[in-house]
Design a protein around this ligand. Structure first.
Ligand SMILES: [Mg+2]
Length: 112
């Protein structure tokens, strides 16, 4: 499934007060990110395994909740999920280029 199709289908299920606009999904995103962290914390605390299929599905469900709120916030800003993904990929590409340049500079400095 493409990101934009996900966004359209996910937002068709949204049942929150639309007059709260971006605030509601922003709060939802924080809550769901916390649920991801909580699941991981409990696995670490209880000695669980990240390869256990039940664990993986449980975390995937929470990641999906995070994805939903990202889609909702993007929509509030007039962005598609493809926009968000493309902007992020460009940011990552530029960061990687900076790190490669920095490493190359450090290596050159070590040589001389
Ligand atoms: Mg959740």
């Amino acid at each position: 499934m493409e990101l934009n199709e996900y966004q359209k289908r996910a937002l068709s299920t949204a049942v929150y007060p639309l007059d709260s606009e971006i605030i509601y999904p922003a709060l939802g995103l924080c809550g769901e990110a916390g649920e991801v962290a909580e699941k991981i914390k409990k696995i670490l605390r209880d000695g669980g395994s990240f390869t256990d299929p039940k664990t993986v599905v449980a975390i995937a469900k929470e990641l999906g909740d995070v994805l939903f709120y990202i889609a909702a916030i993007a929509d509030n800003l007039g962005l598609t999920m493809d926009d968000v993904g493309n902007i992020n990929l460009e940011k990552l590409r530029m960061r990687t280029e900076r790190l490669i340049h920095l490493k190359a500079t450090e290596m050159i400095d070590e040589l001389y």
